[in-house]
Design a protein. Sequence first.
Length: 539
Amino acid sequence: TLFAREPPLQFCGQDAELIEMGLRWAIASVAALVAGASFCAPAQAIVGGSPVASINDRPYQVALLLGNPSSPSALCGGTIRDSTHIITAAHCVFDNAVTAPGQAIDPGQITVLAGTANRVLGTRDATAATPPVVGVSFEPAYGFPANDAAVLTLDPAQALPLAANSAIDSVPVITPQAWATLEPAPPVLSVSGWGQLGDGTLPNKLQLATDLQHRSDSVCATAYGTVYDSSIMICAGNSSKDSCFGDSGGPLISPNSPVANQKLVGIVSFGPASGCAIQNAPGVYTEVGNAAINAYVVNPTRGSAPRSTSGPFLTGTAEVGGVLTCQNGAWSGTPSYQYQFARTTNGSTFALGPMGSAQSYTVQSTDVGGAIACIVKASNADGYGTALSGATGLIPAPVTPAPTPAPAPPVQTPTPTPQQDIAAPVARITAKRCTATRCTLTVTVTDSGFSAGISTVQASVRSTYRTTCTRKGRKVRCTKRRSRSLRATSLSSSSFRVVAAKLPVGTQLFTLVAVDRAGHRQVLPTRVTLKTKRAKKRR
């Protein structure tokens, strides 16, 4: 499981319990209906660093805060590109489970804090500036963790006062040509941020780790498998120095000093779920020296990703043979549109085809007893957003008229055509059983039309449970969550068993995605929530 290096939601300077954001692509998120991914999204802080003497040591570093500027939540870090643009990570500003499921965060919800090493209100330097954000853009090819880059546009009327040797200044973005020369062995790297320290606490003062070790692509390929893409990612850190939860979006810099010679070479992106500063699982950074990512982040005219201002809705006849049309609703950002239809039957939701240009759907007999909804994906040069329509009522069974005899048609010999596997499979849970610490699911996979066969079922479980935590030296009850991947064992060509052992007592959310041998992946995950309970003692 990958964890983006942004923090759990937390109110700065308060004792509120940290709330892990959990599965970013949960069923409540419209993005789940589009992408079917399963990544988690808290992030990390600097380990092995030390507080900066002043913000002048990193005058281009900013903090991104969420919500009311007078009592904001910690969000991410960022880098000043110029007086009206901030570079950060896409996962920091897209699909926030609290404020913007499936869309970019509203610019008015983001506060940029520049010109101070202190993040907490009341301790900020006199040079601190909080210019309003008027645009939120992210790489249109973003799909966590790939292409994890975003650009915020500030109000030109309150542009940042950039000046060399001051508390607020920009840093150049390294060019692809310069990076091609530097990448094999960067002389020195450094990373900064307000993320968690090695003991899990969040500092008020900006932390800086210099002499950060650049690691070979093979190290991260071993740690993260095919998720790590050496063409768009950088691998750095070791068991003593690393970025951590809360540093997402912040700058990876070369060289360490002087500030006048520094270049932005990377953006803090993600690391292992197990923690920070792990020798064989270094932090991963978006490579801004990649030609496509570089062209995106240095573009002088970035705008805003589309946002839904009035939700999509269905028109047409909700009966077998009827045609339903997905209406866009209203969106900002002059986007182009794609559509996907889904059916909910007995609490399970199934995609009725891939995301595409088809705006209408003809109701099928297989939809009887289910409700139909549609998803709209709006895209432009600054990202995309998704929104879900309301659902129809349950599709009724058609009234069948008495059959009328008809003459037999002439016998025709059909011309054989080669068959192709063009449909994605669907996993269905046919049996489920739980004990106090173990759940077993039996899964049957269907693949409509011609099928090349089922390859696997990808499975994961997210556990929510009550336990005891230590806070300020006292033991209190708290809620925790954890997620892990599961292995599906093949019972036959279309039947699998998924076993989750060593579960905590609580609520277990299982997510299943079937994949066929033609490479088609189930677009809309199958989910089921089960509970594990303590066994009653025999008297």
